[in-house]
Design a protein around this ligand. Structure first.
Ligand code: HEM
Ligand SMILES: *[C@@H]1O[C@H](CO)[C@@H](O)[C@H](O)[C@H]1NC(C)=O
Ligand SMILES: *[C@@H]1O[C@H](CO)[C@@H](O)[C@H](O)[C@H]1NC(C)=O
Ligand SMILES: *[C@@H]1O[C@H](CO)[C@@H](O)[C@H](O)[C@H]1NC(C)=O
Length: 592
């Protein structure tokens, strides 16, 4: 099959439309003209009918072909969701309508429960469309069967303008090159990282302190988003965006923004463009393969990407310029003293490649970190006992004033347990997508929680969406209390043994060759921040009255199963997880 460049998505749509609509229309038209039949008013029914018949015949033929191919692989077909309307259109419409108000990934969970299977084929519009929450299948596509899959065409099309040639948007050689260049940068803890953490933690704490009326709540998510953007930009480009010095959203006056509360100050241009581009890309994913139909004349991310590029390009140019100067003067600096941009500039002169890679790294590190900090704070507010115990550990190991050292951070056992338990219930990347390559493969039997023990036929060139958030909350893997926040499960030896014997039941950082490169960096940054925060603050309380209108959990969740019945905030995702409307919190200063 011809491989088109991902930026040619309009051409691809045209081809798709021709195959599903154009061909039957041409056939019918030729037949009618040839036989000189006149259908009169019936013509208006004949065309749509033929299009439907054509689509479902192709669908049936495809199923037949797959059944034969599956037999050869000694695999069964993945259980199919069977809707009431042709092409499972009712399922699609139902999902589109509930997605706005239902609990995160609940629509998928209901389907898994209904069909008693942890992997399903949605087969929307006669197209295979696999979803899975199965631990064995996630392990297969990310690790043991890695070579059968890639990020794929559909995903690249949606993200090409935004993420370009960066690590998240490439496969094979281009991806390997990125990974090889980036790896040494993360190979060990770099001393200078702690300086960066300290500078921006201290900014964050001074924002908190200057917000000196403890009865007024703050949007923690907005604050952490600024902290992690400032820290990430300094670590990556050597220049902080200094968003912590901007104007914060005000309690009671804030409105709903693209993700959290709407930010109305000027720092926003870069950050807002960055968020909008993510939101727009996610919407494309929800619309499905026909998304270019809504962007025929103008790519909706064009403006956002222009802002992002205008901001990054001068930094890249100046870095390349400095490289030339260093070369002329024959100066070499060790990797431990370089920022990521300097490190990248050593490897190439391609300024677009460097810019794209920077942007991908910013996405990788910024939103994930701030999402985790937000949900940790949420839990500390819900469970004051956990906050007390965590703070006691911090004071005992690190004291109440000084910046923590690397060794001290490593000794914080309970901190790790709290972070892991947060990443389990709220993995910052709650869903992800892969595509099979040119040939079909067999998925191994489902995890033992699924009653069906055959291996399953995974068709070629087909997307598979996997949902670690649901795997992380599967009671068959985690026990009856799977939905409960309980850091003890990372400490009690019997429960730890369960995880150690089966590590892929917990994959917030993914697994296999594309496992997160920044995992250690993330644990360091998260613990560093929490130490600095807990040295000064000991209690956190939710402020539901400050949440912008429309961001509190809907009443219908009360009767739902799992976490939704007791949820105090609205978890939502667009590429990464966030709290709808922000997390409004009162920070209480410690007196001892
Ligand atoms: C709590 C924090 C974090 C979480 C939960 C997280 C999670 C993930 C996940 C799930 C992936 C796989 C994405 C995919 O394959 O589609 C990933 C990849 C990646 N992460 Fe992280 N991440 C975190 C922090 C960071 C940080 C701080 C950095 C860098 C400073 C980073 C750098 C990367 C990179 C470069 C990749 C791409 C790896 C590849 O495609 O080969 N991450 N991360
Ligand atoms: C497993 O599922 C496949 C496909 O849905 C079905 O054909 C097969 O009979 C099932 N096997 C068992 C043991 O239920
Ligand atoms: C996407 O981007 C456009 C501008 O480029 C913006 O106007 C729009 O609100 C964004 N979201 C959607 C859903 O189109
Ligand atoms: C937390 O999870 C990581 C995997 O991300 C694991 O290596 C580590 O052992 C866990 N820590 C604790 C305290 O359970």
């Amino acid at each position: 099959m011809l491989l088109r460049h991902p930026s040619q998505y309009r051409l691809r749509l045209l081809e798709d439309l021709f195959r599903t609509l154009g061909l039957p229309v041409i056939i019918l038209y030729s037949l009618l003209t040839l036989l000189e039949w006149r259908l009169g008013k019936l013509t208006f029914i004949a065309y749509p009918t033929l299009i439907l018949i054509w689509a479902s015949t192709r669908g049936s033929y495809e199923s037949f072909r797959q059944r034969r191919a599956a037999q050869k692989l000694q695999a069964s077909l993945i259980p199919q969701v069977v809707g009431k309307w042709p092409g499972n259109l009712d399922i699609l419409l139902k999902m589109m309508s509930t997605i706005k108000t239902s609990y995160i990934q609940d629509a998928y969970l209901q389907l898994f429960k209904e069909h008693q299977s942890t992997t399903l084929n949605l087969r929307i519009l006669w197209r295979d469309n696999i979803i899975t929450m199965d631990q064995e299948h996630i392990k297969f596509l990310s690790a043991t069967g890695f070579h059968h899959f890639w990020r794929g065409c559909a995903q690249k099309e949606r993200l090409e303008l935004f993420l370009g040639k960066g690590i998240f948007n490439r496969d094979d050689e281009a991806w390997k090159m990125h990974r090889n260049i980036a790896r040494p940068f993360f190979a060990r803890e770099r001393f200078s990282d702690f300086d960066v953490f300290e500078r921006h933690c201290s900014h964050t704490l001074s924002v908190l302190a200057s917000h000196n009326n403890p009865t007024t709540p703050l949007d923690a998510q907005d604050l952490y988003g600024r902290f992690s953007l400032d820290a990430a930009s300094e670590f990556l480009f050597g220049k902080s965006l200094d968003t912590l010095f901007g104007t914060l959203p005000i309690a009671g006056r804030s409105r709903l923004g693209p993700k959290g509360s709407l930010v109305e100050d000027s720092w926003g241009s870069f950050a807002q463009a960055f968020e909008m581009a993510q939101v727009n890309a996610t919407i494309r994913g929800q619309i499905g393969s026909i998304w270019p139909l809504f962007e025929l004349l103008k790519d909706k991310n064009e403006e956002h990407c222009k802002i992002i590029h205008e901001w990054l390009d001068p930094l890249v140019r100046s870095s390349l310029e400095q490289k030339r100067k260093r070369k002329m003067a024959n100066i070499q600096s060790p990797i431990s003293e370089k920022n990521f941009l300097e490190h990248l500039s050593e490897s190439t002169d391609d300024s677009v490649l460097i810019r794209d890679q920077l942007l991908n790294m910013l996405l990788a590190s910024r939103d994930t970190t701030s999402s985790t900090l937000t949900y940790i704070t949420y839990f500390l507010a819900l469970y004051p006992d956990v906050a007390r115990r965590l703070r006691a550990e911090v004071l005992e190991q690190c004291g109440s004033r000084d910046a923590p050292t690397f060794e001290q951070l490593k000794s914080l056992k309970y901190m790790r347990a709290v972070i892991n338990e947060t990443l389990r219930l709220y993995p910052p990347v709650p869903l992800n997508i892969r595509e099979t390559r040119e040939s079909a493969c067999a998925l191994p039997p489902c995890d033992p929680t699924n009653f069906n023990r055959s291996s399953w036929y995974m068709p070629a060139r087909t997307t598979i969406m996997y949902l670690p958030l649901l795997t992380h909350r599967n009671p068959s893997l985690w026990g009856e209390d799977a939905d409960q926040f309980n850091p003890e499960r990372w400490i009690e030896p019997s429960r730890v043994a369960l995880f150690v014997s089966n590590p892929t039941m917990f994959t917030p950082f993914s697994a296999g060759p594309r496992v997160c490169l920044g995992q250690n960096y993330a644990y360091n940054q998260l613990s560093y921040f929490m130490v600095r925060l807990l040295q000064k603050y000991d209690r956190f309380t939710l402020a539901p009255e400050a949440q912008p209108a429309g961001s509190l959990p809907p009443a219908s969740w009360k009767s739902g199963a799992g976490r939704q019945a007791e949820e105090k905030i609205w978890p939502a995702a667009s590429m990464t997880l966030y709290v709808k409307g922000g997390l409004w919190i009162r920070y209480h200063r410690a007196t001892s």
